[in-house]
Design a protein. Structure first.
Length: 119
């Protein structure tokens, strides 16, 4: 009787199942990588908006206490921001807190200190 070489149907099904699990793991990893890249882009662009607002606050001749908010476009996306200026224990020093968010949620925050009036 001649002996046949090759794989049985069960061996092929097991090999196919193992390959399918590996392929699904790679697809999941690829999707997570894409989501992570999008989060990094959002945080980076939000940080740029926050830094621009911080520079504006630092170079302004005078800045008043209280909260202001607005919207700034960057990279084809709208960015909402809130700037809160508050007094500190030092009467000549102000605390400026900037929070930036996109349509998905918070993207960046910056806190800085400056003198009350620039001369």
């Amino acid at each position: 009787m001649a002996r046949r070489s090759g794989f049985t149907l069960i061996e092929l099904l097991v090999a196919l199942a193992v390959f399918s699990l590996a392929a699904l793991a790679l697809l999941n990893l690829s999707a997570e990588n894409t989501r992570s890249a999008a989060r990094v882009e959002t945080r980076t662009l939000g940080g740029i908006v926050a830094e621009n607002l911080a520079v504006e606050a630092m170079i302004a001749p005078a800045i008043s206490e209280g909260a202001t908010s607005g919207q700034t476009p960057l990279a084809g996306r709208p960015w909402r921001w809130t700037r809160t200026v508050a007094a500190t224990d030092d009467p000549g020093l102000l605390r400026i807190h900037i929070r930036v968010s996109d349509t998905e949620g918070q993207a960046a925050e910056r806190t800085l200190f400056r003198s009350r009036n620039r001369e």
